[in-house]
Design a binder for this molecule. Structure first.
Ligand code: 13P
Ligand code: SF4
Length: 350
């Protein structure tokens, strides 16, 4: 846990972080990308942090990889690359900078470290976890292998390095169905997200999919009844759900896809009204780019993603604290599972 008064005092001693309307006005390009969702007074608070982080990135030869669930001031203000889990993992293989600051959750930073053992990978808050990653250990994978001998293990990237190391191949929400369809074996073990597995099972009916009993605390809270009620009240709304939602929720939706799949869908389809059945920042991050779309309806906040703030990003770049380390032997085995996924995704997309 960061000692907030102490780290605030240290930051204030080195940077002018007082809200500044003048600085905010000088960053009109960045503000134009979030003006529908961030008020001018709030942007005046963010502007000094954005300016300091962008300066420090150059000094430290750092890049910021940010997940689609980051808040708009991070997503549009300081990120060099934004994307879903697969895009960030692929981008991590191409980074030339010495330092990666992972604005997302811990398993994402671990994936970047696994793919870049010689680089410094920082996460601004070590406590940015994930309910899926916490739901399974390597022993859980071993237990599934004992229960279903010979079945390949396809593990969601939302897991620790140890769990990846115990698996045959990783997947993300954007490639899970293709990987399960392509992998050898009539029975496939999917860990740890039972809902992603159940949604994949519908798309790959010729295989028997068995799963671990994990769930995302953000997506499991949506219900099919919520979606039906919303559609009754607002019939012309396009409903789009992330595949971590329960299958009856996905069945009620017009489209289901990874976070970037959702962005691509609404960008292409341009519905007048859209309800994104996922984390709240998703709609905020694309609201200015898609001014013709009215984003409506409920969303849920991921408490882990929301641990990442501009202040903590500045702190990690200032102190270079928060470096993610992965045991070399574990990383070597986990890298095989992650690289297999990336290779298979590239082959399937070609
Ligand atoms: P995506 O791979 O779709 O970005 O999902 C990651 C995640 O954690 C969603 O909850
Ligand atoms: Fe994990 Fe769910 Fe948060 Fe994604 S949204 S990081 S799956 S808890």
């Amino acid at each position: 846990m960061l000692d907030q008064p102490a780290f605030r005092a240290e930051l204030s001693a080195h940077y002018d972080l007082a809200p500044s309307t003048a600085l905010a006005q000088s960053m009109s390009d960045a503000y134009a990308r979030m003006s529908r969702v961030v008020s001018p007074p709030d942007f005046a608070v963010h502007a000094p942090y954005i300016a300091a982080i962008n300066r420090l990135k150059v000094e430290r030869n750092a890049v910021i990889l940010a997940h689609n669930y980051m808040t708009p001031e991070i997503y549009h203000g300081v990120a060099d690359v934004v994307g879903d889990s697969l895009q960030l993992a692929i981008k991590a293989t191409e980074v030339e900078a010495d330092v990666i600051v992972q604005c997302g959750v811990h398993f994402m930073a671990e994936t970047s470290k696994i793919l870049n053992p010689a680089k410094t990978v920082l996460i601004p808050d070590m406590e940015a976890g994930c309910s899926l990653a916490e739901s399974i250990t390597a022993e859980g994978v071993a237990e599934m292998r004992r229960r279903y001998p010979g079945a390949p293990v396809v593990t969601y990237v939302n897991t620790t390095a140890e769990v990846k190391a115990a698996s045959d191949i990783c997947c993300t929400s954007s490639n899970a169905a293709q990987i399960v369809a392509a992998i050898e074996g009539d029975t496939v073990i999917m860990t740890p997200d039972k809902y992603l597995a159940q949604n994949v099972a519908k798309q790959v009916p010729h295989k028997r999919i068995v799963w671990w009993d994990g769930a995302c605390i953000v997506h499991e809270r949506f219900t099919a009844q919520d979606l039906r009620d919303f559609r009754d009240w607002n019939p012309d709304t396009r409903i789009i759900a992330h595949p971590e939602c329960p299958p009856d929720v996905v069945a009620e939706a017009d489209f289901s896809g990874s976070t970037s799949g959702i962005i691509d869908y609404v960008t292409r389809e341009r519905p007048g009204k859209a309800m994104l059945v996922t984390e709240c920042s998703m709609a905020s991050n694309i609201a200015d780019e898609l001014p013709d779309i009215d984003f409506v309806g409920p969303c849920n906040m991921c408490p882990y993603m929301k641990k990442i703030t501009l202040e903590k990003i500045l702190w990690s770049l200032h102190t270079m604290q928060g470096a993610v380390e992965v045991d070399a032997a574990v990383a070597a085995r986990a890298r095989i599972a992650v690289e297999r996924m990336i290779d298979m995704s590239r082959r399937l997309a070609a």
